[in-house]
Design a protein around this ligand. Sequence first.
Ligand code: ZN
Length: 646
Amino acid sequence: MKKSNLNFKSETDILTIIKMSLAGNQVKLQTSIDYEKIGFKGGLEIHAQLSSERKLFCHCKPELIPPEAKPDYRFERRFRPVLGEMGTFDAGMLVEFEKSYRVRYDTYGENICTYEMDETPPFHPDFETIRKGYIIGNFLNCRSAVDEIIFNRKQYLDGSIPTGFQRTAIIARDGHITLKNGKKIRINNVLIEEDAARRVEFHDRASRTVRFNLDRLGVPLTEIITNHEDCNNPFDLMNIGFLLGLSLRILEVGKRGIGTVRQDVNISIEGGSRVELKGVQDLKNLLKYSEHEVTRQLALIEIKNILISKGVIEDDFQPNFIDISSSIIGNKSKYAFAVRLPKCDGIFKKQVQPNKSFAEEIFDRCELISGISLNNMTTSDNDSSWLDNDRVFEIMNILKGDAFVAICGNKKSVLHALNRLLERMKLALKGVPEETRRVNTTTFNSEFLRVIHGRDRMYSDTDTPPISIDQKTREMKFNEILKIWDIFSQYPVHIDELKFIVSKGFYSPFSQLIKKYPEKTRSILGLFQKCQSIIKKLSFNRDTLNQNGIELILEDILNKKISKDDLKILLSKLNSGFPYLNIKSEFTDKITKISKDQIKRMKNLLFDSEETVDIPLGHIFGIIKTNFPMLKTEQVISVLKKEKII
Ligand SMILES: [Zn+2]
């Protein structure tokens, strides 16, 4: 793990880190964090598309439509939440509902039927996908695999699924993987579910319209959820992601290509809250995202402490909205309203992420829910081009130490936004709100997306009957040799080397060989690198190359039965379809079949030479090789040893 450069002493605690990070209003990005000290916790939710002949709940092809294709028809929907099983609405769903988007769908006759459009109930689920779910669960050491699959509905009101919910089922639970440092990371759940539609047009916050292509909807997915409690730093989190990604590739259950694997990242620190980051495409950037999120949570905790120390309480945030339309400069808008926030002077200009103030942090949320853009919101901490702050102070009779927030736009939306703002201010007294946030892949900052979903989001799917699973399917296993995390934790192998082995399709022979020759791990890796350069140079078809043959060749090389120099010829023969056993005799025979005459000539050559007494061994080989170009080094050594010349 990366060591802290801040040199924390025992008496130093989180508050010190916060103070260091918040000198003035500028936030110092925490790049040398002692993650364990601040109580970092991280979990992953990996979503990977599974390869299949059909979609999970219908018989359409699970393939995407090329971008240039024109939709065959379009339709539109609006969404409203439904009660959860306990008779309550999910808070996250209500927030989604408030956004009240108009949703448009692009539909193509080729890959989309009435199921995706929510005009017919689901067909029987694809059994191939279910089978793959069990293979994954068993590979991840899950102790309990379900004997009856029950599909649930998980509400989605962002428009990405026309039904308003995603069908999902738990396949296995209580698994684990082991990291190189010996840490056991629990796998909470392995699920299978349908992928959502893909958004093709970014929602326009003013027109409140979003457009989706329905082609991706229904493509089978697996979701793997790791235990958030078990990972205390982003470096481990990155490795968990890599190991799970490699596992899916080894199992050959997943689709390949961009967008086929997506991950949500859960991060929290001591005193903060669990925040779900969406849109993390590249695991390599996980450290950056963690730094930005930790910095944000530390800043929000500090803001909470400042508010509490000033004696701010929830009741201070009253919805007394004052019409300040007369303070608008120019023709910005007809209406502006403001609300007084007692004892909050100076709080809004504090930075919570690099180049992002607390005002922007809370406006993000108001903007997304009300549709009013950030430019139309301001606070007494800012100089706005559209508002005469002095006049607002006058109208509202703002006292020293107090602040105001002003928003302009249509009256209904402004009041809506101000109500949300007060809600967000109340949350500021608690520190970090539990939220789902979308990351910005350029700045590594994040913005509010929705309130984190609770249990009320799920209810059972009455369209799909429970499916009993026989023991054979439940125990279905990949023909496993060594699990990827065992290799990672037990042998001197770097994660990049493992990625190389898996991505080049060498996993099976590689894991067999290091299991048999653990002391030769480095040589084995070297041999595979050599194989790769030969395969690449000669453009062999990797898929048809006999993996078992590669394993046998490399094993013989390791045991010095054949020469490394012959690897190219051996692989070429293997590529032409010869079984290794046939090829082998041809090569090993050469070693044993050196004629008596050849040995005699060899001896004469060496003993006739005046140089043989003191010359280096290399020169002896040189003389032999020059005179016997057909022989290989191993052969020469074996003959020389046999004849007691060396
Ligand atoms: Zn379909």
